[in-house]
Design a protein around this ligand. Structure first.
Ligand code: FAD
Ligand code: FES
Ligand code: FES
Length: 1271
C-alpha cells in the first residue's frame, strides 16, 4: 500500500490511506487535520472559490514549475501526490509579513466580512506568481471563480492596480488608488518580493514519477494513481470493474456523499502519455487527460504559427468555448476526456466536437482500440466503461468556417447553459456547400441540423436560409416533456443563427454584433472629502482607515465559528428535513439513524423541554414539525453523531411517511385559495376616487418581484458548550441578533435567559438573513448539547442553508394610477401582496416598510395602499437588506416608467415633476425638509453626463437593430430609524485596564459592514487616545445585555451614541485626575484614578431619535445598459452614484457599502432567480444554479461620489447610515433594460408597455424582444 506524499506551505506531509476517511477532500484535510482554517467552506461544491489554494507541481517535460488554483472542497486528497499546496496561511501572515497582495487588499478596503478574502488572496497571488505584470483583464479573469457578496469587487480590483501593467504609464489610475487612502500615514504599496513566497520544495523538483503506481485504500475504496500507460493497463487488468477518473470535478461531488464505497478508481491525471497534444495536417489531437487550461495555453500558442483561416477558426472556436467553460479553478483540473465521458449533451464542448465531426479513440480492457465519432460515442452507453485515449478534431475544408456560442445564465461562473456550434462551408459566390449546426444545453438531447434541401432555396445561397424550416427541424429535436424549455432554446438558437448570418453578411457590418457578450474591465472613480486639514492626524474620524482586523482576515487567521478548534468529546448535529411542501406526518422512523455508526442521539419535537414554537414578533413557527410539515425542507428532527459525516449519514436513514396535501406555492395560488395571514397594512391620503376623476389619463398594471437569497458567504452555524451547572450553556452562533438568539434558546430549553451566553466574534455576511433564521440551527444545537452533556456543533451546508432559511419576500403589486398631461400623478391605488411563506416571522414589519416607502421619493396627493400577507407552503420569508423598501421602489419606478411611456415623455421628466417638496409628510411620518436629494440628483446628472448619454443612446438605437441601449436615473429617500422607539437604543461597555488599554464591547454584530471599526474611531476621538489603544474582542450577551438586532442601517447610530455616552462618563470620572496633573499621560491618569478607587468600567446607553425615526439618507444614480436582443444578455455600460452619507465616519468603508449594496441590488433586479419546482422543492442549491453577481457583472464604468457639504444631522459626528439605501439604486438597471427593450419593440411597431418582472433575466428579455429575432 503506497504512501501519499505532498507538501503544504513547504511542510512535507505523508499519509496512509487508512489514516483517512472515505472521500477526504483537501479542504477537509487542511481544516480538520492540519488546522489550517484560512481556506473556507462556503459552498462545498466547487462553485464559489472560497476554498481556493495554489497547487504547484514540476513539469519534467518543460522543466518548469506550474502553479494553478484549485477548489480544495472538491479536490480529493490522493490528487496531491507529488504536489505542493500553498494555502492563504503560506502566502503571508501579520507575524511573518503580509504578501503585497494582502497588504494591498487591506489598504484598498477590499475586505468586508472577509469570508471570501482568503480565496481572493490565493487567486490573485497565484496570478502574480505566473504573471508578475498582469493586465486588468487578467486580474478580472483570475477572480471570476471567486464570489464576494459584500464588496462589489471594485476595491478588490483596485487592490491590484499597483501590479497591473498599464499602458497609460504615468497617467495610470494607480495614483487614484493612493488618493483613496486620503492623507493617512499609510506606506507605499509593497512590490513583490520573491524571497517571501513559499519556495517550491526542491525535493519535488527531483521527484520523478515513481516506477510504481500509487495505491491508496480508504476502507473499502481503492484509489490507484498510475504514472504510465503500462501501469494503468496493469492496474485495470487487476481491477476490471475499476472506474477511470481524471480531474474529478464531475465525479468529485458524487464521491463525497456516496454510499457506494466499495469501488476502485484509477486516476489518469498523472499518466504523461494521456496529456499530450499535437497539430498535424489532418487536424488536432488531444489526449484524454489534457486539462482545459492546458488546451487553452496550447491553442493560444498554436494560433501564432498557423496561417490558414479555417484552421485558425477552429482553434478560436475552442478558445471561445473554453473561455466560458466553468472557472480557472475547474479548468485547471477538468479534462477533455472526463468531459466527454460524462456523455452529457448539456456540456459546453460537446456541440462543438459533434459539429466538427470529431472522433474518439477508446481502449477496452484487452487493449483493443476502437475509433468512432464523438456523436456515436455519446449515444453508446456500453462504451462508458472503456478508456478514452484521445480525441481527434479534423480540419475542415478550405472554405469552412466555425462559430461557437454559449449562453450561461450568467457569465463568469459556468451555469451550464445553451451552447451552439455552427460549421459552415460557403463559396465566394455565397453558395452553401456545407452546413452543420449543433445545439446543446437545455434538453436531454443534442440537437443537430445538417444541410438539407428545405433549409435553403434551390440555389443554396446563404441569404436564403429559411428560419421557419430551421425552427421546424429544431422542434423535431425536442420531446414533449421539454415543452417548457423549448421556446427559449428555439429563440436562442434562432437568435444565434441570426448572428451568424449577420456577421457573415458584409452589409450589416456597421452594427457591432458580437457573437458573445464579453465584459470589459471595470473603470472606476471614487470621490469623497478628506478630513479637514486642521484635524489632528491622531484623530481617526472621517478618515478611510482600514479595519483593524483586516490583516487577520486577509491572512486567514481571523476565526469564524466553524474555524474554532473542536472541543473535547464534541458531537455533530445534522438536521432531518422534510421532503414534502405540505403533508401530514404519518410516522417518523428513527431506528435506521439510531443504528447507524457513530450516532449518539436523535431529537424531535418531543425532545423539546421548553417551547417548540418560536418567532421574533409572534411565535408561530415550529422548531421541529410535530404533526404537519408546511414547507419543503422543514426540520423534522436532528441526528447527533460523533462526526459530521456520521451525522449526515444517520440523517439520511430516517424514514418519514407523509400524507400529502396540495401545497400553495405562489402569491397567485394564495390569492386564488384565499390563503392569507390576518394582519394587514393599509395607508390612505386624500380622496383616491376623486383623484382618478380629476386625472387626464388612467393606467392599470402590475409588477412582480421575486424572492432573493441573502447569500452571505458564511453559512449559518452554531456550537453549544454545556457548563453542567444550573443549566448554564455557552453558545457560539453566526447571527445578527444577540438578545433574540439568546431568548429563543432559553425558551426552547425552558430555562431563564441568564443561563445562556451567546458569543460572537464576527459573521461572514448577514444581509438580514441572520436576524431570526439562526434559531433553526442554534436551538437544536443547544438542545442536543444540554441532553448529551457534550459540546455540539451544527453548521449548515450551503444546500441546507438555502433550503431552510427565509429569503427576501416576493411581491405582487397591482396598481391603478391617474395623472395629468404634464406627468404629475394625481391619484394612486395599489394592492400589495407579499409572500410571507409558512409563518409570519418579520413579514408584517417588512410589509409596513414596503407600504410606507411605496411612494418612493415622490409626493402623491391621493393615495390608497392595501397590503396583505399571503400564507404559502414555502420557507417563511424574512429580513433581507432593504427590508421591503427595494420592492416598493421597483413598483413605484415601474409606475413612473409606465406613465412616461403613455405620455411619450422621458421618465426623468415624470420623476422630476413628482419629486416631494419641502414640508411634505410621507407615510414614513418624517417630514421632508430641505433635502440633499435634489443636490444628489443634479450632481449625478452632471457626473454621468446624462444629456450626452441620452443623445448617444438615441443615436445608437437608431443605428443598431439587434442591440439596444437604455438609460435611466432615479433618486432614493430611505428612512433610517424605527417607528417603535424601543428599537432605537444601543448599549456599550468600556473597561480601561491598568496599562491604559481599553476594551470596547457593544451590542452590535460585525458582519463586514465595518461597525467595529467605526465605533473604535468614535471612541478614539471621544477619549482622545490613539486607535491602537482600543480593542473590540467580541460581542457577547454577557457583556452587553438585551441588544437589538443589527439591522436597518442604523446600528452605528445606536451603538455610536452609546459609545459616546460611555466615553463621556469615563472622561468625567477621569477629569479630576487630569486637572490635578494636566501633563500626565493617559496611562498615568488611569492609574491615578484606579488608586483612588474610581471604577474604570462604564456602561453607556444611547437612545437617539426621540420620536423614533432619525433621518433620511438620500442618493441618486444613473445607469446605462446595452442589451443583445438575440440572446437577451445585457451589459451595464456605466453607473454613476452620488450619495449623501452626511460626513462619512470612514469613507473607505462607506464607499464599499455603497458598491456592495448596489451589486446586491443588481442581482435582485437581473440575475438572482429563486426557483421552486412544482412540488415546492428548491431548485437553487448553490452558486451553480443561483446566479450571484460576479466580478464581470460590474458596470464598465462605475463611479461613486460621496456628496460634499451635507447638512449636519444630529447624528454621531454628522454621519449617516448607509448599509441599505444604495441597494435601491440598482433599480436604475431594471429601468434602463426596460427602456432598451421598449426601443427594440418599437422598431417592430410594438408600442404597448411591457411589465418586465424582477429579476429581469436574459430569458425574459429574450422573450419580450423575440418578435424581432427573426427579421
Ligand atoms: C463547479 C463546476 C463548474 C462546471 N462548469 C461547467 C461549465 O461551465 N461548462 C461545462 O461544460 N461543464 C462544466 N462543468 C463540468 C465539467 O466540464 C466536467 O466536470 C469536467 O469536464 C469533467 O472532467 P474531469 O476530468 O473532472 O472528469 P472526472 O470527474 O474525473 O470524470 C468524469 C467522468 O468521466 C469518466 N472519465 C474520466 N476520464 C476518463 C477517461 N480517460 N476515459 C474514460 N472515462 C473517463 C469518469 O469515470 C466519470 O464518469 C463544471 C463542473 C464543476 C464541478
Ligand atoms: S467552498 Fe469550495 S468552491 Fe465554494
Ligand atoms: S468580503 Fe467578500 S464575501 Fe464578505
Amino acid at each position: 500500500m503506497g504512501k501519499l506524499t505532498f507538501f503544504v506551505n513547504g511542510k512535507k506531509i505523508e499519509v496512509n490511506g487508512n489514516d483517512l476517511e472515505y472521500g477526504t477532500t483537501l479542504l477537509f484535510y487542511l481544516r480538520n487535520r492540519l488546522h489550517l482554517t484560512g481556506s473556507k467552506n462556503a459552498c462545498g461544491q466547487g462553485e464559489c472559490g472560497a476554498c481556493s489554494v495554489i497547487l504547484s507541481n514540476f513539469d519534467h517535460h518543460l522543466q518548469k514549475i506550474r502553479h494553478m488554483t484549485v477548489n480544495a472542497c472538491i479536490t480529493p486528497l490522493y490528487y496531491l501526490h507529488g504536489c505542493a499546496v500553498t494555502t492563504v496561511e503560506g502566502i503571508g501572515t501579520p507575524r511573518d509579513g503580509l504578501h503585497p497582495v494582502q497588504e494591498s487588499l487591506v489598504k484598498s478596503h477590499g475586505i468586508q466580512c472577509g469570508f471570501c478574502t482568503p480565496g481572493m488572496v490565493v487567486s490573485l497571488s497565484c496570478l502574480l506568481r505566473n504573471n508578475p505584470t498582469p493586465t486588468k483583464y487578467d486580474v478580472e479573469r483570475a477572480i471570476e471563480g471567486n464570489l464576494c457578496r459584500c464588496t462589489g469587487y471594485r476595491p478588490i480590483l483596485d487592490s491590484m492596480k499597483p501590479f497591473v501593467d498599464c499602458p497609460l504609464g504615468e497617467n495610470c489610475c494607480k495614483l487614484e488608488t493612493k488618493k483613496l487612502e486620503g492623507d493617512e500615514n499609510i506606506s507605499e504599496y509593497k512590490t513583490i518580493d520573491s524571497t517571501q513566497t513559499v519556495i517550491f520544495p526542491p525535493e519535488l523538483k527531483k521527484w520523478k514519477p515513481p516506477n510504481n503506481k500509487l495505491l491508496l485504500s480508504f476502507g473499502l475504496t481503492t484509489w490507484i494513481v498510475p504514472f504510465s500507460m503500462e501501469h494503468l493497463k496493469t492496474a485495470w487488468t487487476e481491477n476490471p470493474t475499476a472506474r477511470f477518473v481524471a480531474g474529478v470535478t464531475a465525479l468529485g461531488k458524487l464521491i463525497k456523499g456516496s454510499e457506494e464505497r466499495s469501488s476502485c478508481f484509477i486516476s489518469c491525471h498523472q499518466v504523461g502519455d494521456l496529456q499530450k497534444m499535437s497539430i498535424s495536417d489532418t487536424g488536432i489531437d488531444v489526449r484524454a487527460a489534457v486539462t482545459f487550461s492546458a488546451m487553452e495555453e496550447f491553442f493560444t500558442k498554436a494560433k501564432e504559427t498557423i496561417k490558414e483561416t479555417n484552421r485558425l477558426q477552429i482553434l478560436q472556436s475552442f478558445l471561445d468555448c473554453i473561455r466560458w467553460l466553468a472557472t480557472d479553478q475547474i479548468r485547471n483540473v477538468a479534462t477533455i476526456g472526463g468531459h466527454l465521458a460524462c456523455q452529457g449533451n448539456n456540456l459546453d464542448m460537446i456541440p462543438l466536437l459533434v459539429a466538427l465531426d470529431a472522433t474518439v479513440n477508446l481502449m477496452d480492457i484487452t487493449g483493443t482500440i476502437h475509433k468512432m465519432t464523438v456523436e456515436k460515442y455519446l449515444s453508446d452507453e456500453q462504451r462508458v466503461k472503456e478508456l478514452i485515449l484521445d480525441i481527434h478534431i479534423p480540419f475542415q475544408s478550405e472554405f469552412q468556417s466555425v462559430m461557437f456560442y454559449k449562453q450561461p445564465k450568467r457569465r463568469g461562473y459556468n451555469g451550464i447553459g445553451v451552447s451552439c456550434a455552427v460549421v459552415l462551408g460557403i463559396t465566394q459566390e455565397g453558395i452553401v456547400r456545407h452546413f452543420t449546426a449543433c445545439f446543446g444545453g437545455f434538453t436531454q438531447h443534442l440537437v443537430k441540423v445538417v444541410l438539407s434541401d428545405d433549409l435553403f432555396d434551390a440555389e443554396r445561397t446563404w441569404k436564403s436560409l429559411s428560419f421557419a424550416n430551421l425552427e421546424c427541424l429544431l422542434r423535431k429535436g425536442f420531446t414533449e416533456e421539454e415543452v417548457d424549455v423549448k421556446e427559449e432554446l428555439l429563440l436562442l438558437s434562432l437568435g444565434f443563427m441570426n448572428k451568424v448570418q449577420t456577421s457573415i453578411d458584409a452589409q450589416t457590418k456597421e452594427e457591432r454584433l458580437p457573437i458573445q457578450t464579453q465584459p470589459e474591465p471595470c473603470r472606476s472613480n471614487i470621490v469623497f472629502d478628506s478630513a479637514p486639514t486642521e484635524q489632528p492626524q491622531s484623530d481617526p474620524v472621517w478618515r478611510p482607515i482600514p479595519q483593524t482586523t483586516a490583516e487577520d482576515l486577509v491572512s486567514g487567521q481571523a476565526m469564524f465559528i466553524d474555524d474554532m478548534p473542536a472541543f473535547q468529546n464534541e458531537l455533530y448535529l445534522c438536521l432531518v428535513l422534510s421532503k414534502m411542501a405540505r403533508a401530514e406526518l404519518v410516522s417518523v422512523d428513527w431506528s435506521g439513524a439510531r443504528d447507524s455508526p457513530g450516532v449518539v442521539d436523535c431529537i424531535d419535537h418531543t425532545s423539546v423541554p421548553g417551547s417548540n414554537m418560536w418567532g421574533m414578533i409572534v411565535s408561530d413557527e415550529e422548531l421541529f414539525a410535530s404533526k404537519e410539515v408546511v414547507y419543503w425542507g422543514q426540520p423534522v428532527g436532528a441526528v447527533i453523531a460523533k462526526t459530521r459525516e456520521q451525522a449526515e449519514l444517520g440523517a439520511q436513514k430516517v424514514r418519514i411517511k407523509y400524507q400529502e396535501m396540495r401545497p400553495i406555492l405562489s402569491i397567485e395560488d394564495a390569492i386564488n385559495s384565499d390563503s392569507f395571514f390576518d394582519a394587514t397594512i393599509s395607508r390612505c391620503r386624500g380622496d383616491v376616487s376623486k383623484g382618478f376623476t380629476d386625472s387626464d389619463q388612467l393606467l392599470e398594471g402590475s409588477i412582480c418581484t421575486g424572492a432573493q437569497e441573502q447569500f452571505y458567504m458564511e453559512t449559518i452555524g452554531a456550537i453549544g458548550v454545556p457548563k453542567r451547572e444550573q443549566h448554564e450553556l455557552e453558545m457560539f452562533v453566526t447571527h445578527q441578533s444577540p438578545a433574540f438568539i439568546q431568548k429563543s434558546i432559553a425558551a426552547t430549553l425552558g430555562i431563564p435567559i441568564n443561563r445562556v451566553i451567546v458569543r460572537h466574534k464576527r459573521t461572514g455576511g448577514g444581509f438580514g438573513g441572520k436576524e431570526t433564521q439562526p434559531v433553526k440551527i442554534c436551538a437544536p444545537v443547544a438542545l442536543a448539547a444540554q441532553r448529551n452533556c457534550c459540546p455540539v456543533r451544527g453548521i449548515l451546508t450551503r444546500k441546507e442553508d438555502l433550503t431552510i432559511t427565509g429569503k427576501r419576500h416576493p411581491y405582487l403589486f397591482k396598481y391603478k394610477v391617474g395623472f395629468c398631461k404634464g406627468g404629475k400623478i394625481e391619484s394612486l391605488h395599489v394592492k400589495v401582496y407579499s409572500d410571507a411563506g409558512c409563518a409570519q416571522d418579520l413579514s408584517l414589519e417588512v410589509l409596513e416598510c414596503t407600504v410606507d416607502h411605496l411612494e418612493g421619493c415622490y409626493s402623491i396627493p391621493n393615495v390608497q395602499i392595501e397590503g396583505r400577507l399571503c400564507r404559502t407552503n414555502t420557507i417563511s420569508n424574512t429580513s433581507c437588506r432593504g427590508f421591503g423598501v427595494p420592492q416598493a421602489y421597483v413598483a413605484m419606478e415601474t409606475i413612473i416608467d409606465h406613465i412616461a411611456h403613455a405620455l411619450n415623455m422621458p421618465a426623468k421628466q415624470v420623476q422630476e415633476v413628482n419629486f416631494a417638496k419641502t414640508g411634505f409628510v410621507p407615510f414614513t411620518k418624517l417630514p421632508v425638509e430641505d433635502t440633499t436629494m435634489l443636490k444628489a440628483w443634479h450632481q449625478c446628472q452632471e457626473q454621468a453626463q446624462y444629456a450626452k448619454k441620452e443623445a448617444e443612446v438615441a443615436a445608437f438605437n437608431a443605428k443598431c437593430k439587434h442591440r439596444k441601449r437604455g438609460l435611466a436615473m432615479m433618486a432614493v429617500r430611505f428612512k433610517i430609524g424605527f417607528d417603535l422607539p424601543f428599537l432605537n437604543q444601543g448599549n456599550a461597555l468600556i473597561h480601561v485596564y491598568l496599562d491604559g488599554s481599553v476594551s470596547l464591547s457593544h451590542g452590535g454584530c460585525e458582519m463586514g459592514q465595518g461597525l467595529n471599526m467605526k465605533l473604535l474611531q468614535i471612541a478614539s476621538r471621544a477619549l482622545g487616545i490613539p486607535l491602537s489603544k482600543i480593542y473590540t474582542a467580541e460581542n457577547s450577551t454577557q457583556t452587553v445585555a438585551n441588544a437589538n438586532s443589527t439591522m436597518g442601517s442604523c446600528t452605528t447610530d445606536m451603538m455610536g451614541a452609546a459609545v459616546l455616552n460611555a466615553c463621556k462618563e469615563l472622561l468625567d470620572r477621569l477629569q479630576p485626575f487630569k486637572e490635578k496633573k494636566p501633563d500626565a499621560t493617559w496611562e498615568a491618569i488611569v492609574m491615578d484614578a484606579y488608586v483612588n478607587r474610581i471604577s474604570l468600567s462604564v456602561v453607556g446607553h444611547g437612545s437617539p431619535g426621540d420620536g423614533g425615526i432619525l433621518y433620511y439618507t438620500f442618493g441618486a444614480a444613473c445607469s446605462m445598459v446595452e442589451i443583445d436582443t438575440l440572446s437577451g444578455e445585457h451589459q451595464v455600460l456605466s453607473t454613476d452614484i452620488v450619495m449623501d452619507v452626511g460626513k462619512s465616519l470612514n469613507p473607505g468603508i462607506d464607499v464599499g457599502q455603497i458598491e456592495g449594496a448596489f451589486l446586491q441590488g443588481y442581482g435582485m433586479v437581473t440575475l438572482e432567480e429563486w426557483k421552486l419546482n412544482s412540488s415546492g422543492e428548491i431548485e437553487c442549491t448553490g452558486p451553480n444554479n443561483y446566479n450571484l453577481p460576479y466580478v464581470g457583472s460590474l458596470p464598465n464604468d462605475f463611479n461613486v461620489t460621496l456628496l460634499s457639504d451635507c447638512p449636519k444631522e444630529q447624528t454621531v459626528y454628522s454621519s449617516k447610515g448607509i448599509g441599505e439605501p444604495p441597494l435601491l439604486l440598482a433599480i436604475t438597471v431594471h429601468k434602463a433594460i426596460r427602456s432598451a427593450v421598449l426601443a427594440s419593440r418599437k422598431d417592430k411597431g410594438l408600442t404597448e408597455y411591457v411589465q418586465l418582472d424582477c429579476p429581469v433575466t436574459s430569458t425574459k428579455v429574450l422573450k419580450v424582444c423575440s418578435d424581432s429575432v427573426l427579421t
